[in-house]
Design a protein around this ligand. Structure first.
Ligand SMILES: Cc1ncc(COP(=O)(O)O)c(C=O)c1O
Length: 424
């Protein structure tokens, strides 16, 4: 099909697929294979030398994943996409596809805890330094950029404080310094926000959350907007001959592929030589999730808004934060702010834990983006390794409760919270 004429809901169901030519199967088949047969030794040689494109080995390509990748690229308005084994892998291999020993990244500090640890503790072990700045503090971002900086990194909606990043403000600085802007859009799937439309160069996702949507598989994706010029010599990985690929210079020697040099390098170096491959069964689960994504995020948003409004008016609730109430939501989230709500109960951490333990319907769990409503007290679980002072710096006071509102009837969700609040 010609993807570009269709709306997002249509692309989510059709983009990237032509019915399987051998079987005419209407659904995308799961191709459970390790490798693909060469028609002849010449065919094999041409594939290996990149003279012909085609499947070689499933560590780096698989037809089920190919549909998922094309579909995600279409939904995000990118030129190419890659599926990886987890959101965490998508982030790690994005950074190391740009930066090497001695390089630096400037990142917003309000990150998902696992990403914060990767940036703060793991990347420095490999000689990549990350300079953290408070979200939307643009003078601090400018001040943190040095001649070694190779990218700027943000999350659309930070976790757990749920602030909204001003993507266009970051894009302006990134363009001024000729740096790629990498945006983790996990909390705002493409049915709600498409960061490339606001100036992002690379979008990363944990597919494990709203895109999968049912808490059934782990996966990640990277979408290349194809709008960044990698020929600037400061990007050594794109301008120096690559020893692993016959001296190829990724920014120069790919012909029309130079436009998506980032995605091609991620496949031919990241997937091929480092191996963070997604299983085809998981890819199929994410394709299933995409088909209903827009319907689900509309319902998550409706329920999230209703829960936030209920909590705001409750006498036992001290404060509520919902991304839909942030003034930036009008620009970045006009179609809904999804289902994440954080709030504080009067009385502090003890009362918060009491509520988490007594609320029905919600599952106590370290996950978000499920059809089921989920609850957690981050200060005693996901962020318990931080000192109380660092928790407060991360926007996490001891009484904060995080809700990922699911797809149940909103009256039932609100009644469950109301019953639990009454017990405090
Ligand atoms: C914003 C964000 N990015 C990335 C990740 C990591 O994704 P995964 O669990 O698929 O590795 C998460 C996981 O919670 C997340 O919330």
């Amino acid at each position: 099909m010609s993807d570009k004429h269709y709306h997002l809901e249509t692309l989510a169901i059709h983009a990237g697929q032509v019915p399987d030519p051998a079987t005419l199967s209407r659904a995308v088949p799961v191709y459970r294979t390790t490798a693909y047969a060469f028609k002849s030794s010449q065919h094999g040689a041409d594939l290996f030398a990149l003279r012909e494109s085609g499947n070689i080995y499933a560590r780096l390509m698989n037809p089920t994943e190919d549909v998922l990748e094309k579909r995600l690229a279409a939904l995000e308005g990118g030129k190419a996409a890659l599926a990886l084994s987890s959101g965490t892998a998508a982030i790690y291999f994005t950074i190391t596809n740009i930066a090497r020993q001695g390089d630096e990244i400037v990142s917003a500090s309000n990150l998902y805890g696992g990403t914060y640890t990767q940036f703060d503790a793991i990347l420095p072990q490999q000689g990549i330094k990350v300079n953290f700045t408070p979200v939307n503090d643009f003078p601090a971002v400018e001040a943190a950029i040095t001649e070694r900086t190779r990218a700027i990194y943000i999350e659309t909606v930070g976790n757990p404080a749920l602030d909204i990043a001003d993507i266009e403000g970051y894009a302006k600085i990134a363009q001024k310094h000729h740096l790629p802007l990498i945006v983790d859009s996990t909390f705002t799937p493409p049915s709600l926000l498409r960061p490339i439309e606001h100036g992002a160069n690379i979008v990363v996702h944990s597919l494990s959350k709203w895109i999968g949507g049912h808490g059934t598989a782990i996966g990640g994706a990277v979408i290349d907007a194809g709008n960044f010029d990698w020929t600037d010599p400061k990007f050594a990985l794109y301008n120096e001959p690559d020893r692993g690929y016959h001296g190829l210079r990724f920014a120069h020697d790919l012909g029309p592929g130079n436009e998506i040099a980032f995605a091609l390098r991620l496949r031919t170096v990241g997937l091929r030589n480092q191996g963070p491959t997604l299983a085809p069964d998981a890819a199929w689960i994410f394709l299933q999730g995409l088909e209903s994504l827009a319907l689900r995020t509309a319902k998550h948003s409706e329920n999230g808004r209703a829960v936030a409004d209920f909590l705001k008016n409750h006498p036992k609730v001290a404060w509520v934060k919902y991304p839909g109430d942030n003034p930036l939501a009008q620009k970045y989230l006009p179609d809904g702010a999804n289902g994440m709500v954080v709030f504080g109960v009067k009385g502090g951490a003890k009362e918060a834990q009491k509520l988490v333990d007594s609320v029905e319907l919600f599952t106590i769990i370290a996950n978000v983006g499920d059809a089921k409503s989920l609850i957690i007290h981050p200060a005693s679980t996901t962020h318990s390794q931080l000192s109380e002072e660092d928790q407060i710096k991360a926007g996490l006071p001891p009484e904060l409760i995080r809700l990922s509102i699911g797809l149940e009837n909103k009256a039932d969700i609100i009644a469950a919270l109301d019953d639990a609040l009454r017990l405090l």
